[in-house]
Design a binder for this molecule. Structure first.
Ligand SMILES: [Zn+2]
Length: 417
């Protein structure tokens, strides 16, 4: 892979978000991309849209894979943030089983406290509330925090930080369990966030932190999960480094199928690594997750997917086929923009999230419509953008498919079903 001079320069001058080393190895350059979740109203289509470099580096010191650019979090997650977690049944089920497992494993009751960082619309904490376990959600997005309060989940409408943790601890609020799903990778102040966990956690408390697993990302070529909101791409090795810097210990971990492959990291204040963890960390060393070589052909495989998807859609369009897309979420923004599929080739994008209907995808400016549109309109091909919910979506669309509708699945390799 030949990297541009600019990318090489940016990598060489970048500082690692975990160990502070200056100088990262270049891994992948996706070019300038709009913020992936920042959908637009019709009126905004004429305005100039902001775009930022989206490129990835690897730290040879602590093994952390990370994007080089940090976009202002207020801009990404503030008042215009539109992501509501509760729109996928599979994700809701996943959260429920996590909650029930923690209640049993940690023997939680009415005297416990469960705190969730980035609690979104309260869909996860609700499971604890139903079992009589006190909770506190913390989330900076006002609409989601309001939605959580509405279903009985007390929520602090703030960015979690060292300061917020200190304030809560001073009020006597410390946590038996801290949950953070898909948030550790999102925070710009990684150290403040982890230090906050240390402050908020009771001495024998446990933090259960989920994040997409770099091994799945690389092995299955899930490059569209790389976006400005995801600053870090963790391995056990990298999390172990990060926690130790804050007097916390990675003690256990569990691989999960969510988001194309994630890891749940169990973290505590005493070092007591499980046998399973030791085995998984040894595996990481064996496949070389801490070495530059492991990431070497990743960028080439990404190029192949981009080229093949572009070729296929262009050919189908030339044949007069009508093509739409499914899933107006972040990875859809990255896939469509990085392949250059805009409203001249994709008629519209359907999505289950009613809050997004009538809005437009960032960058490519494709309108977002309800999912029911597929059956009414019966287009020829649907590019399936949230491939992590592939089974669920294909099942839901069995009628559309039985009438001849086809899905194009781009990852891990382009295919039509
Ligand atoms: Zn580092």
């Amino acid at each position: 892979m030949n990297f541009t001079e600019n990318f090489q320069k940016r990598s060489a001058s970048a500082q690692c978000r975990c160990c502070d080393r200056v100088g990262l190895d270049p891994v992948l350059d996706l070019g300038e991309m709009p913020p992936s979740d920042r959908i637009l109203t019709k009126d905004q289509l004429g305005d100039e849209e902001r775009a930022f470099p989206l490129d990835v580096g690897f730290c040879p010191e602590c093994s952390l894979v990370q994007i080089l650019e940090t976009v202002d979090p207020e801009f990404l997650f503030g008042k215009d943030y539109m992501y509501f977690s509760s729109f996928s049944q599979a994700w809701l089920d996943h959260c429920r089983s996590n909650a029930l497992d923690l209640i049993e494993r940690r023997e939680l009751n009415s005297t416990s406290l469960v705190v969730e960082l980035a609690s979104n619309d309260g869909y996860l904490l609700k499971n604890f509330v139903e079992k009589g376990v006190p909770v506190l959600g913390i989330d900076p997005a006002p609409r989601q925090a309001a939605a959580a309060e509405k279903i009985g989940v007390p929520t602090l409408n703030k960015f979690f930080s060292e300061r917020v943790a200190t304030e809560l601890a001073e009020e006597g609020k410390t946590a038996d369990v801290i949950i953070g799903n898909n948030v550790l990778a999102h925070v710009a102040d990684t150290h403040g966030f982890v230090e906050g966990i240390r402050i908020l956690l009771k001495p024998d408390g446990i933090a259960a932190i989920e994040a997409p697993y770099i091994r799945d990302l690389v092995d299955h070529c899930e490059f569209d999960t790389i976006y400005h909101e995801h600053l870090c791409y963790f391995s056990l090795t990298a999390v172990d480094h990060l926690m130790r810097r804050h007097g916390l210990y990675l003690n256990d971990a569990k691989r999960l199928p969510t988001h194309g492959g994630s890891m749940r990291y169990y973290i505590g204040k005493r070092e007591e690594p499980s046998e399973a963890l030791k085995i998984m960390m040894e595996e990481e060393r064996e496949i070389g997750i801490d070495k530059r070589d492991y990431y070497e052909d990743f960028a080439n495989r990404v190029q192949t997917i981009r080229a093949e998807l572009s070729k296929l859609v262009t050919r189908l369009k030339r044949e007069g086929k009508r093509i739409v897309a499914y899933g107006a979420a972040a990875k859809g923004t990255i896939m469509l923009n990085s392949v250059g599929l805009d409203s001249s080739v994709i008629d519209y994008v359907v999505d289950r999230n009613v809050h997004k209907h009538g809005w437009f995808m960032p960058g490519v400016h494709i309108e977002i419509l309800p999912v029911e549109r597929l059956l009414e309109d019966q287009p020829d091909y649907v590019v399936l953008l949230p491939w992590n919910f592939k089974e669920e979506i294909l099942e839901q669309q069995s009628e559309f498919r039985s009438l001849g509708g086809k899905f194009i699945i781009p990852v891990p390799e382009v295919r039509v079903v």
